[in-house]
Write a protein that binds this ligand. Sequence first.
Ligand SMILES: [Zn+2]
Length: 133
Amino acid sequence: MNKWVYKLQRFMMGRNGMDYLSLFLWILSVLLTFIHMFIRKNILIYIGDVFLLISIFRILSKNIYKRQQENRIFLQIISPLTNRINDMQKQKKDPDHRYYRCPKCHQLVRVPKGRGRIEITCPRCKNIFEKRS
Ligand SMILES: [Zn+2]
């Protein structure tokens, strides 16, 4: 058992390994295969296979610099979504406050809950915007 772990570790040395973009492609591939069970269009399987192959290629790739660059761009593209998820998690942990993003600079602003309509001054760019708290 340990021998195989060691061999796998050696094999993966100097390779990119799993990152968010590869994980995303892998999930997309699984999702397309799943959708194929309901919509029997073979094109879904082919696209899924392409995503899976790209994912495997990226995991095994030795051009780590290039793969990290791709991953960074990917994270930038999905950052509005990941920001929103982070905000929602913060909001859930802190029911006494409301969290808003400044419409100008996207700074996260926390205000006390239950004050009705309030004017919020962004601490970073001093932009004033109105929200319900
Ligand atoms: Zn701002």
